[in-house]
Every structure is written in C-alpha cells, then in structure tokens.
Ligand binder design. Structure first.
Ligand code: ACO
Length: 185
C-alpha cells in the first residue's frame, strides 16, 4: 500500500470509493474544489497488486473488465482509501482562527484494520498544520460509527466538542470533533 497526495486524476476513483463506503456523497466538482484549493490536504492509499498488470492483459474484454473496476486509476494502480481535507473557508464560520476540516475519509472494506485510515489522517493533519497553518482540525462523525469514533477519539486524540442533533439527512446525530494541532506531535 502506498500513501500519496491526491491529484485531479484521482477524483473519479475517490468519488467511487466514497459512494461505495459512505452515505454522504458529493459531486465531482466538490472533490476538484478540494484538490485545486488545497492540493496538499488530500491523500489516497493505492495498491498496484491488481488482478494483472496492464501489459499482461491479452484481450480487449479483459482490459474493459479491469477498467470497469470503480477503483481503477491508471495502469495497474487502484484506490483503496482516501482522505479529503480542506481549510475552513466559509466566510460565515463563527471561528476565524485558521483551521482545517476533514470532509471525508474511507477505506475499502477488504483493506480495513491495517492502519490505512490512521496513516491517511496523520498525513492530512500534518499537511494542514505545516502548509496551511491550521491551528486545529474539525470533523463530523455519526454517533453510531464505532470504528471511526475509535479512530478519531482513541487513536488520533480528537475531542468531542458537541452533539449536533439530526446533522445527517436520515436524522442521525453527529459528534462534532476537534483536534488541536501542535507541530511537535
Ligand atoms: N471497530 C473498532 N475499532 C476499529 C474498527 C472497528 N470496526 N476499525 C478500526 N478501528 C480502530 C483500529 O483498531 C485502530 O485503533 P488502534 O490503532 O488503537 O488499534 C484505529 O481504529 C485505526 O484503524 P485503521 O486500521 O487505521 O482504520 P481503517 O483503515 O480500518 O479505517 C474507517 C477506518 C475509515 C473508519 C473504515 O472503517 C471505513 O472506511 N469505514 C466506512 C466509512 C467511514 O465510516 N468513514 C468515516 C466517516 S466520518 C468522516 O468521513 C469525517
């Protein structure tokens, strides 16, 4: 597994992974907005262990099949996870101190519990702090999302700021979470 910065070429596969893993979905232009505005703040986890390398493929049907895999990016590379990060840029935002926000994080099911989400998050937190001078990072998570809550609260030491009632479209509450970034952590 490789963790690298996300580029415009990855947005389609990121959106596909998001559609696969989460009910909170975004238009492609919102992914592009992230990558174009804060190119250092989003990361993908990729693997080249595919069914086959492209130059080993013999038939057109086989090639079409591989390209039809929604996580396909390019020659032999596919996305197994992503983190979409940004700086808060809402002029209406209550808190004017520069801070980051994690819009979305997910890892494909068969690649979970290997530390990939933690690595993606640490890269994004570091970049938001170093590149954009974020003083803290915020995010929302469903109250019922035990895996993500464990990752944020226990592994990454985010704190719960508040509960936002009916934050999600289906009526579920969100924990609003925050982590203060210190450059030596
Ligand atoms: N139950 C309990 N703890 C878990 C679980 C689980 N199912 N999954 C991961 N953890 C813990 C791990 O034990 C680890 O803790 P540790 O370091 O103390 O052992 C920690 O969380 C990090 O684990 P990773 O292996 O890095 O996490 P993983 O790569 O499996 O991804 C994720 C976690 C992203 C939550 C994954 O389960 C997923 O994609 N879920 C569906 C999408 C989702 O819920 N995304 C988050 C939504 S919130 C948002 O996007 C801002």
């Amino acid at each position: 597994i490789t963790i690298r910065r996300a580029t415009i070429n990855d947005v389609q596969a990121m959106q596909n992974a998001n559609l696969h893993n989460l009910p909170e979905n975004y238009q492609l232009k919102y992914y592009m907005y992230h990558i174009l505005s804060w190119p250092q703040a989003s990361f993908v986890a990729t693997t080249t262990e595919g069914p086959k390398e492209l130059d080993e493929i013999e038939t057109e049907a086989e090639l079409q099949n591989i390209k039809a895999d929604p996580s396909y990016i390019s020659k032999g590379e596919k996305i197994v996870g992503y983190v979409l990060g940004k700086m808060e840029d809402d002029p209406e935002a209550a808190d004017k101190t520069p801070h980051g926000h994690v819009t979305s994080l997910s890892v494909m099911r068969t690649y979970r519990r290997q530390g990939i989400a933690e690595k993606l998050m640490r890269q994004a937190l570091f970049a938001l702090s170093e590149t954009f001078k974020a003083e803290y990072v915020s995010l929302h998570v469903r109250k019922s999302n035990r895996a993500a809550l464990h990752l944020y609260r226990d592994t990454l030491k985010f704190e719960v700021l508040s509960i936002e009632k009916s934050y999600y479209q289906d009526g579920e509450d969100a924990y609003s979470m925050k982590k203060v970034l210190k450059l030596d952590e």
